[in-house]
Design a binder for this molecule. Structure first.
Ligand code: CDP
Length: 224
């Protein structure tokens, strides 16, 4: 039987992953955070002290082993980089500051898109990212494009960082979100943009519950 894919794309920190995760839980689908894979590649370069823009990195990328595991059938995946659990490390501000440069490299995208498509072949999934509805799953059964006002996004991301016991200033977060939005939407390979058949959802004034019930209604229409 063919599998269903639901894509959730949008700008940085506008609530994609929270929405995608809870939608997956409700539908009993697998949730895949494609951004975590780009963050893992970025962490690799930081740890190896390699400037990915300076070197010919194609062979390094080919050898990288990135995988996700789903302990206890939980919808939150553990991210492995060369067999090491990097789930927490990929969320640091240092990684956030470099990830969009790494994500613009075509050999990185080629490898990760293939990995993402593999997860979608065998599972019903909800995947969030930037190019999921446009490139990774152009035939997704439901495509969502999420936006929110900048102020709301900064406040949400600050709370998220602080809830994990880390710190980041309002200005650091703002600069990071702005620069990632710019780099992600202007790169040559698979830029962030709304697929023409995606449903646009502005979450600025919606509670998590309201967002979920809207997208769940849409998903149920398309799936059943
Ligand atoms: O911070 P946020 O959760 O919004 O971002 P993320 O989903 O963790 O993605 C981190 C970065 O990975 C993005 O800013 C993009 O540069 C890149 N990315 C991408 O290029 N394509 C995807 N499908 C997912 C993420």
């Amino acid at each position: 039987m063919p599998c269903y894919q639901i894509s959730v794309d949008g700008y940085a920190a506008c609530g994609k992953s929270t929405l995608a995760r809870s939608l997956a839980r409700e539908l009993n689908f697998l949730y895949i955070d494609s951004g975590a894979m780009y963050r893992a590649v970025s962490l690799f370069f930081l740890n190896q002290e390699i400037n990915p823009l300076d070197k010919n990195i194609t062979s390094l990328i080919e050898e990288l082993d990135i995988s996700l595991s789903f302990p206890n059938n939980e919808s939150r995946a553990i991210v492995h980089l060369n067999n090491r659990d990097v789930t927490d490390e990929i969320r640091t501000q240092q990684v956030s500051n470099q990830v969009s440069q790494v994500a613009a490299i075509p050999s990185v995208r080629k490898k990760l898109v293939a990995l993402q498509q593999k997860y979608g072949e065998k599972n019903n999934i909800v995947m969030d990212g930037r190019d999921i509805g446009t490139v990774v799953f152009p035939n997704a059964v439901l495509k969502l494009f999420i936006t929110a006002e900048m102020e709301t996004r900064i406040i949400r991301r600050k709370k998220e960082i602080e809830s994990k016991g880390r710190e980041a200033t309002y200005d650091d977060i703002k600069n990071n979100l702005k620069s990632r939005d710019y780099l992600d939407s202007t790169r040559n390979d698979s830029p962030l943009k709304k697929a023409s058949d995606a449903v646009l959802l502005d979450t600025t004034n919606l509670t998590r519950k309201e967002q979920l019930s809207m997208v769940l209604a849409l998903a149920n229409c398309r799936i059943h």
